[in-house]
Design a protein around this ligand. Structure first.
Ligand code: SF4
Length: 465
């Protein structure tokens, strides 16, 4: 079995070597960035809006110990059963317990990355339940047996032709690459699933402590059906999703939409505060909220990096990240991809196996610049690198750094190294690109241009003469 690092290197080389796929990814992502720039203009002052949102989330994270009990008390007051879960095992047991208690057979789910984190579908399918994802993108990747490619756009790597082929094969649908018709095919299948489902499982974008409501943001209306039609609704949310007040949503909802997809406001925003009450005609008869820690408190305990818990999962940092654009989402091998995934995964799954994600960064800062809640992402990537070097810096790495430091402190040696490198480059021309070339693997996906005829220093000297 390969390690996460080996898997990453293998998959990254494959995706980065596929020019067509890279071009497709780049053009999709740049579309979102352009739309977002247009929508930002609707805020009177986008910079101040980001600062205010960061402040709301910062206060929430700093006061989790008070806000979480307040949130849970308010939920319970309206008949919601709250499950406090330390890890994935606890959450899986709690969810399975509810499903068994109702003798349920079929389950419909709306998009929820927290359930991806605890591999819920796998568990439920192994237990013999029918589980259907109702978000179109999630439905597509589920049919392909894949994980989401991007935590906001799960099927963004697929062109229409591939979806048509998939639907023909799995759903026996008619041949079409018309997006509207493809959507209608999925919709027809899904409508019946809502009617048949015994239990609906959703995530939550925010949990409002003041009112004890969960807030769900989506574009298709599928989460509304998932949470309202089956008799039992289970919402699964990470503990960092709690915010103090209902008023906070007035800023967070438009900011989430603008940053992530470039919309003014996402199509559907629902606030759910409990099961069907006396006199109400619809809604589930029973509602459960699963509050998941799963190492979030480990990140909370880290004073230097806890601000990563402010993340509202808008996906904007993925959309601007040069690494994501080149290696794609599956390469990360994590629930949360891109810069935020690289920052938090070492905290959620362990630094030693996942430090390579922080190493694989250009540190350009585009993620930090775009984050709507001002998380200092690229410095967190650097901090992960530092922590990893302090904990387990290898002998080879330390030797390399010593040599680097030795050379950099001696300009004459640096100059000599440069000259030798240039001579070596010229002499090695006959074997460049062949298997005798020590840089063979490296060159397979990269250009190594010939050095300039004169170094910068030489040119500088000449100009000053
Ligand atoms: S880190 Fe910031 S930009 Fe990235 S997903 Fe989270 S909120 Fe969005």
């Amino acid at each position: 079995m390969s390690t996460p690092l080996e898997q990453f290197q293998h998959d990254a080389a494959q995706v980065a070597g596929d020019g067509d796929q890279r071009q497709f990814l780049r053009s999709s992502l740049s579309g979102y960035v352009t739309t977002r720039r247009g929508t930002q203009g609707r805020f009177q002052d986008y910079t101040s809006a980001r600062a205010a949102a960061a402040e709301i989330k910062w206060n929430a994270i700093e006061n989790l110990d008070k806000l979480l009990p307040q949130f849970a008390d308010n939920l319970e007051a309206r008949g919601v059963k709250v499950h406090w879960c330390r890890n994935g095992d606890d959450a899986r047991k709690a969810i399975l317990g509810v499903i068994h208690a109702h003798g349920a057979k079929s389950i419909v789910k709306s998009k929820c990355m927290t359930t991806e984190e605890i591999h819920l579908n796998e568990l439920l399918e192994n237990e013999g339940f029918e589980v259907v994802e109702s978000d179109l993108g999630e439905f597509i990747v589920q049919l392909r047996g894949e994980a989401p490619y991007h935590f906001v756009f799960p099927a963004m790597h697929l062109k229409r032709g591939a979806i048509n082929k998939l639907f023909k094969e799995k759903l026996k649908s008619a041949d079409t690459d018309d997006p509207e018709q493809l959507t209608m095919i999925a919709r027809e299948v899904l409508r019946q699933k809502y009617l048949d489902a015994d239990v609906g499982i959703s995530g939550a974008n925010f949990g409002v402590a003041e009112t004890g409501m969960i807030s769900i943001t989506e574009n298709e209306g599928n989460a509304r059906l998932t949470t309202a039609m089956p008799k039992v609704h289970i919402a699964v949310m990470g503990i960092e999703k709690v915010i103090p007040k209902l008023d906070d949503l007035a800023l967070l909802l438009p900011l989430l939409a603008t940053a992530g997809t470039g919309q003014h406001l996402t199509g559907y925003n629902s606030q759910l505060g409990g099961p069907r009450q006396a006199g109400e005609v619809d809604g589930p008869e029973e509602m459960h909220v699963v509050l998941l820690d799963n190492h979030r408190t480990r990140l909370l305990a880290d004073q230097e990096q806890r601000d990563a818990l402010r993340c509202i999962r808008c996906g904007a940092c993925l959309n601007v990240c040069p690494i994501f654009k080149n290696v794609g989402g599956h390469t990360y091998g994590t629930t949360y991809q891109g810069p935020i995934g690289s920052v938090i995964t070492p905290h959620l799954r362990g630094l030693s196996s996942w430090k390579h994600l922080s190493d694989s960064s250009s540190l350009c800062g585009a993620c930090t610049e775009t984050c709507p809640v001002q998380i200092d992402l690229h410095h967190h990537l650097l901090r992960n690198r530092r922590n990893s070097a302090q904990k387990q810096g290898g002998v080879l790495e330390s030797l390399q750094m010593r040599i680097f430091s030795f050379v950099m402190r001696r300009p004459w040696l640096y100059g000599l190294g440069g000259k030798l490198g240039r001579i070596g480059h010229v002499l090695s021309r006959p074997i460049q690109g062949t298997k005798l070339d020590p840089l063979y693997k490296w060159r397979a996906t990269r250009d190594f241009p010939d050095p300039a005829a004169k170094t910068f220093k030489e040119q500088w000297k000449e100009r000053r003469r």
